[in-house]
Write a protein that binds this ligand. Structure first.
Ligand SMILES: [Zn+2]
Length: 224
């Protein structure tokens, strides 16, 4: 038996051991895998990866062009998520989906030119380090646009709803409150990441909020 599974069967992981309790079904390294862990210590490989199956989901869009695209699996799950949110009285729009390496480079360089590298690293991922480039992640907005990308979005109906229900559709709120020392990002109540219903539900059931802890890849507070 896998030592990690053995530890889990005995009531929990050994101190410091990865808290991985589902069998490994998908790669943690391949950007085409729903379990890929991308953070400031784990760049996308290859850096210029482009998902092969980008599509535009049938959801309300607050963006156009490449930012309205997601990979096929994420798009299908997003359609179910957005429909359920709307039915629950928390309508939302897709605010930012896929972002190419070239777009990330331009965005990051623009921040770096005006504010310096340190400030740019807080505001934007470096090229090759953004989950948006994988097609597995996107940002949501309130359908009416209230508090978009602002801290007060956390109190909007869409954000409240996804915190409670995103896992039912295979998503996690990727950068939770006060876990920036683990994820490398301050709270982003708008940034959702697809990992599949089984993993997202298991994370919630076990009270594990980050992919770094769940998959045991180590903390990523900043770039090396
Ligand atoms: Zn995002």
């Amino acid at each position: 038996m896998d030592p990690q599974l053995q530890a889990a069967a005995a009531g929990g992981p050994a101190a410091g051991a990865p808290f991985r309790t589902l069998p490994v079904q998908h790669s943690l390294d391949d950007p085409a895998s729903p379990w890929v862990v991308v953070n400031k210590r784990r760049p996308i490989t290859p850096a210029q990866f482009v998902p092969g199956d980008l599509v535009r989901p049938a959801v309300p869009l607050a963006v156009s062009g490449e930012a309205a695209l997601l990979n096929r699996t994420t798009a299908a799950a997003a359609e179910r998520l957005f429909a359920a949110a709307s039915a629950a009285g928390a309508p939302m729009a897709l605010a930012s989906g896929y972002r190419s390496y070239a777009t990330q480079t331009a965005t990051y360089n623009s921040y770096a030119a005006t504010r310096g590298t340190e400030s740019a690293d807080t505001a934007s991922a470096r090229p090759g380090y953004s989950e948006h480039q994988t097609g597995w992640a996107f940002d949501i907005a309130d359908a009416g646009g209230a508090c978009s990308f602002e801290p007060c979005f956390a109190d909007q109906p869409a954000a409240v709803w996804v915190r409670e229900h995103a896992h039912e559709f295979g998503f996690v709120v990727r950068y939770p409150w006060m876990l920036h020392e683990t994820t490398g990002y301050f709270y982003e109540p708008w940034h959702l990441r697809y990992v599949g219903v089984e993993a997202a539900t298991d994370m919630r059931a076990r009270g594990i909020a980050t992919l770094e802890e769940y998959f045991g890849t180590g903390v990523a507070p900043g770039y090396l």
